[in-house]
Design a protein around this ligand. Structure first.
Ligand SMILES: Cc1ncc(C[n+]2csc(CCO)c2C)c(N)n1
Length: 216
């Protein structure tokens, strides 16, 4: 079993509750209220900018040019995906970008930036991995079940597509390479980072579904 297989086994219960979350179920059914999706897209635009910064941080700290290139490409793609997908929905709904990060987005982006800046590259890579991997699995799951005439079709097709599939496979390979070189303590830290980010993925959907805002 690879290291990343072990990572997935540990977060399997988190993945199960993500799949059965109302946001995912209603996105799949096409019945998700548009204000809920608008909140999600606005927060996601803020998330992706910082996610790209976190990947750029890993690129800058990489020891070899191949890893640098890989992280730089991921960082670039995060911005390009954001533009393509978000512009579609921003103009469809005639909404403006949001400037305030709500609690889950705030927690997740700050966690990613702190981890990729202050922990080892191996731990930083484990922290960004759920973003790739959980979206691929959720994307495929939704793609298989979703009705054709779904208002969220552009979103579904992005994450169920081949281009995205390949980048996730590369990210998994990279993480397994880091794990091979890591000490047992560092591997434990990688597991913890993977778990924290996986949980935060759930919180991100949940904030959108409940339209969560700062209470004070
Ligand atoms: C909260 C949240 N988590 C994960 C993704 C998915 N995602 C965003 S950028 C990227 C890599 C592209 O190179 C992936 C997989 C998202 N959109 N929002």
């Amino acid at each position: 079993m690879t290291f990343t297989d072990q990572l997935w086994q540990e977060i399997a219960p988190v993945y199960e509750v993500i799949l059965s979350h109302g946001f995912v179920e209603e996105l799949m059914a096409g019945s998700l209220p548009s204000p809920t999706f608008q909140y999600y897209i606005q927060q996601d635009a803020l998330y992706l900018a910082d996610f790209s910064r976190a990947l750029s941080q890993l690129a800058a700290r990489s020891a070899n040019p191949d890893d640098m290139l890989q992280f730089t490409q991921f960082a670039q793609n995060a911005i390009l995906v954001e533009r393509a997908l978000h512009e579609t929905y921003f103009s469809l709904y005639a909404i403006e970008p949001e400037t305030t990060k709500m609690p889950a987005c705030f927690a997740y982006t700050n966690y990613l930036l702190a981890t990729t800046s202050l922990q080892s590259i191996a731990v930083g890579a484990a922290a960004v991995l759920p973003c790739f991997w959980i979206y691929r699995q959720v994307g495929k799951y939704i793609y298989q079940q979703a009705i054709r005439e779904n208002p969220y079709r552009a979103w579904i097709d992005t994450y169920a597509g081949d281009a995205f599939d390949q980048s996730v496979t590369q990210m998994l390979r990279l993480t397994d390479q880091f794990a091979e070189l890591a000490s047992p303590t560092e591997r434990a830290n990688m597991q913890e980072a993977f778990r924290v980010s996986s949980r935060l993925e759930w919180y991100f959907w949940n904030d959108a579904y409940t339209q969560n805002r700062w209470l004070v």
